[in-house]
Design a protein around this ligand. Sequence first.
Ligand SMILES: Cc1cc2nc3c(=O)[nH]c(=O)nc-3n(C[C@H](O)[C@H](O)[C@H](O)COP(=O)(O)O)c2cc1C
Length: 177
Amino acid sequence: MKMVVAPAPSDEELALALQAAVAAPDHGNLTPWRFKLIRGENIQKFADLGITIRQRSDNPFPEEKVAASRQWLSEVPLIIAVACHIDYSNTKIPESERMLSAGCAVMNMMNALNALGYGTFWSTGIATYDDEFQAALGFDSLDYRFMGFLAVGTPKVAIPKKERKSYTEFVEEWTGK
Ligand SMILES: Cc1cc2nc3c(=O)[nH]c(=O)nc-3n(C[C@H](O)[C@H](O)[C@H](O)COP(=O)(O)O)c2cc1C
């Protein structure tokens, strides 16, 4: 649910969701997930930073996309920026597994927030893949893989029921033949 508004989860609810994140499967106990909480007036700073960097890039947004992004973020009460930490001291667990683990942590957190009645939206938009943006959020690209940000809040409208593909399209029996 992209369109979320105040109220954000309480500190107690947020603590529950963040603790759920830490229960993600984690090969080698590397705890690769990292989160930055961005709230209140800092969301405006986040929007300004991301949009400024995006507009300086070789792929700037058209003006209406700038306005739409600003409008969206002006209503979001909580952003959780997410990253995977690369611990170079461990050479056994491949980066792909660390990224998967961090992704599982994010999903655990989303499930917990959704169960508490909040809406969440995982985005890699605006300036997510720009080094300067990542570094400004505290996730320099040498030590972290920035994975985007979650918008969290109360759904602005009732979450519509969405038709999903049948799982049978993605499952088959393996018999060893
Ligand atoms: C890592 C990741 C990044 C995403 N980035 C975007 C994005 O930048 N913009 C977007 O519209 N959806 C993005 N999505 C998809 C949305 O989070 C969401 O899954 C999609 O809108 C479908 O909604 P649903 O999950 O409720 O079916 C991303 C999903 C993932 C897992």
